[in-house]
Design a protein around this ligand. Structure first.
Ligand code: GDP
Ligand code: MG
Length: 685
């Protein structure tokens, strides 16, 4: 087994269509995992293995795959580029050590690449940059680098200079090795290494100088040699670049055209040279599940076992299949582990190394590995598995709340249960999909992050579970909250046979800022309500949050504080406090001037200029808010905001407005109060 320092857990983050899949296919081919290069356009890409991905040409689930390069083990986690699948991105980022940000050589920084870039900032993931598609008309490496520096507000160091432009793009200058690479044949392995051509010497010298200056800022040896004008070796320079990259001081930028097999081999080398090993990421932190105290653990084989589960997938043959990252210790086939998130014992039946849709069974895995596990019955995405005697709990992955819902009705009445069960399984896999039964109509309501997201789930139900369903029109997943602080009281006294059940609670509700979700605080003295009843009170309030009394939508952004109450020694029971607290909640909620909230979406529409007038007119008629219109190459990009209710089915509208030449990205931004006149329409339909 390879040394942990020779492991790279990396992901590829990019806007849809930037070339993630195309690039990954090259990696798999050149590292010997596949015998033929898969092509997205022909539906033969190995990483896009789900039927729907091949048809739609997009990546939906983040498939993990392992390959070996120059003695290093590279675990690649393919993340989807479409905004509707943000949960996939978030959970992959949680377990990555490093990433490649791929940008299109023509379009530069696109909305989703920007979103994901910022998401990865949160996890402080070192990244390298790859500017792809340099063979396309209008591609410009240096313009894209500038765009990245400006829009993503970061330091980029140019590592390569492209030779030739657009269709004449034929090679690269490696500024570290000071060599030129010419791609003269189909395959990169047959590329020719030459001296830097004379006409490129000046620019190469200029950029190498800039590179060294930036590295000198983070590396003393380079600084010294730079000042003294001494020769810097390739190894020294690489070491300095690695150092700055791992510290997120700068991001090295590479270039190529993956589809033409240009630039992907140097990129594989860059993964090894500049992206972190699990050891570089340092100690891992979790908390003790009982005391909540911080625990630090070294990411080595001799530490006790800990695994974070980042994905659940119901596989046709293997059943419940979990993707996990081993953070410390060693795990063996057949081993018993403890799930500290759900407090239960689990047994790992089999361990797999995953290669897209193929599974290779292995006997054991160790710190730093990304693996597949079977046999776990009660473990879900975000859970921590560890050695029972060495408790640790990793921070849960946080997911956004769904914004769109649809009603789902089985084609045949008798199939209700099958529809319900298959959707339950699919929602288990994706934390941003929720399923519930409408308490009034008995209808199944499925909610998710966007129309495409829900479409894909319904389609998967048809294909994987062979059940058909009719779906209703997409509906906005509204939320409710209060607008002023308020106090409410609930008292529950009931005679049951000989016994009396007693519970009495007074709570204060306070509005939280948007996105504040829910907080519960107990301020009552133990002499008034003994501690043992507090969990029942919290439970009563949490249940009340599910259906708000303004319009029946879930309540959010609210803080509940228990401020007073009373108890009777022989009569107080949990259930009475639970009921009393939900009565107190309803009382306070009514007095807190409840309001309805709706999702506001960020919209980016890219289109040829000739359609601009019409699209802008349409967008205005929907009362959308245009923030600006930019020119990118020969296209226009409209950026704006609009309530979700006004933009349903927009992709179809845009297609007809632009003869199929416009495209758009619609992504939830935040929740905002529904305007009065709209509120009337919503409440009285
Ligand atoms: P992903 O959505 O990021 O996974 O992007 P894909 O790998 O699916 O690529 C999107 C489209 O761009 C496909 O039609 C590819 O053939 C094309 N493409 C990818 N790389 C290149 C490239 O280097 N040059 C050109 N011209 N097209 C490319
Ligand atoms: Mg893809």
């Amino acid at each position: 087994m390879e040394d942990i320092e020779k492991v790279r857990n990396m992901g590829i983050i990019a806007h849809i269509d930037a070339g993630k899949t195309t690039t990954t296919e090259r990696f798999l081919f050149y590292t010997g995992k596949t015998y033929k290069i898969g092509e997205v356009d022909e539906g033969t890409a190995v990483m896009d293995w789900m039927d729907q991905e091949k048809e739609r040409g997009i990546t939906i689930t983040s498939a993990a795959t392992t390959c070996y390069w120059k003695g290093y083990k590279i675990n690649i986690i393919d993340t989807p580029g479409h905004v509707d699948f943000t949960a996939e991105v978030e959970r992959s980022l949680r377990v990555l050590d490093g990433a490649i940000g791929i940008f299109c050589g023509v379009s530069g920084v696109q909305p989703q690449s920007e979103t994901v870039w910022r998401q990865s900032e949160k996890y402080r993931i070192p990244r390298i940059i790859y500017v792809n598609k340099l063979d396309r008309v209008g591609a410009d490496f240096f313009r894209v680098v500038k765009d990245i520096e400006e829009k993503l507000n970061c330091q980029v160091i140019v590592m390569q200079i492209p030779i030739g432009k657009e269709e004449n793009f034929c090679g690269l200058i490696d500024l570290v090795e000071e060599k030129a690479i010419f791609f003269n044949s189909e395959l990169e392995t047959e590329a020719e290494i030459r001296e830097i051509p004379p006409e490129y010497r000046d620019i190469a010298e200029e950029y190498r100088q800039k590179l060294i200056e930036k590295v000198a800022e983070v590396d003393e040896l380079i600084a010294e040699k730079y000042i003294e004008e001494k020769e810097i070796t390739v190894a020294e320079l690489k070491k300095g670049i690695r150092k700055g990259t791992l510290q997120l001081k700068f991001f090295p930028a590479f270039c190529g055209a993956s589809l033409r097999n240009k630039g992907t081999l140097p990129l594989l080398d860059a993964i090894i040279d500049y992206l972190p090993s699990p050891i570089d990421r340092g100690e891992i932190t979790g908390i003790h599940p009982k005391t909540n105290q911080k625990i630090k653990r070294s990411p080595t084989e001799d530490s006790p076992l800990s695994i974070l589960i980042f994905k659940l997938y119901n596989e046709t043959h293997l059943g419940r299949f979990l993707y996990g990252r081993v953070y410390s210790g060693v795990v063996k086939e057949g081993e018993k582990v403890y799930n500290f998130t759900r407090n239960c014992h689990e047994r790992i039946m089999k361990i797999y190394q995953v290669h897209a849709n193929k599974f290779e069974q292995i006997k054991m895995a160790k710190a730093g590995d990304i693996i597949g596990l079977t046999g776990l019955k009660n473990t879900f995405t975000g859970d921590t598995l560890a050695d029972y005697n060495h408790p640790i709990l990793f921070e849960r992955i946080s997911f956004p709340e769904p914004v769109v819902s649809i009603a789902v009705e089985p084609k045949r009445k008798s199939e209700f249960e099958q529809v319900y069960n298959s959707l339950t399984k699919l929602t288990e896999e994706d934390p941003t999909v929720k399923l519930k039964v409408d308490p009034e109509t008995g209808q199944l309501i499925l909610s998710g992050m966007g129309e495409l997201h829900l479409e894909v789930i319904i389609e998967r139900m048809k294909r994987e579970y062979k059940v058909e369903a009719r779906v209703g029109k997409p509906q906005v997943a509204y939320r409710e909250t209060i607008s002023t602080p308020s106090v409410g009281e609930g008292k529950f006294i009931k005679q049951i046979g000989e016994k009396t059940q007693y519970g009495h609670v007074i709570i204060r509700l306070e509005p939280l800022p948007r996105g504040g979700k829910f907080q519960f605080v107990n301020e009552v003295d133990e002499s008034k309500i003994p501690k043992q009843f507090i969990p029942a009170i919290e439970e009563g309030i949490k249940e009340s949050l599910e259906v708000g009394s303004l319009a029946g939508y879930p309540v959010t952004d609210i803080k509940a504080v228990v401020i007073d109450g009373s108890f009777r020694p022989s009569e107080s029971v949990d259930i009475a406090y639970k009921i009393a607290s939900s009565m107190a909640f309803k009382d306070a909620y009514r007095k807190g001037n409840p309001i309805l909230l709706e999702p506001i979406m960020k919209v980016e529409i890219t289109l040829p200029e000739e359609f601009l007038g019409e699209v802008v007119g349409d967008f205005n008629s929907r009362k959308g808010d245009i923030e600006n219109i930019e020119t990118v190459g020969n296209l226009k990009v409209i950026k704006g905001k609009i309530p979700l209710r006004a933009i349903f089915g927009y992709t179809t509208v845009l297609r007809s407005l632009t003869q199929g030449r416009g495209s758009c990205i619609i992504e939830p931004l935040y929740y905002e109060k529904v305007p009065e006149e709209e509120l009337k329409k919503i409440m009285f339909v």
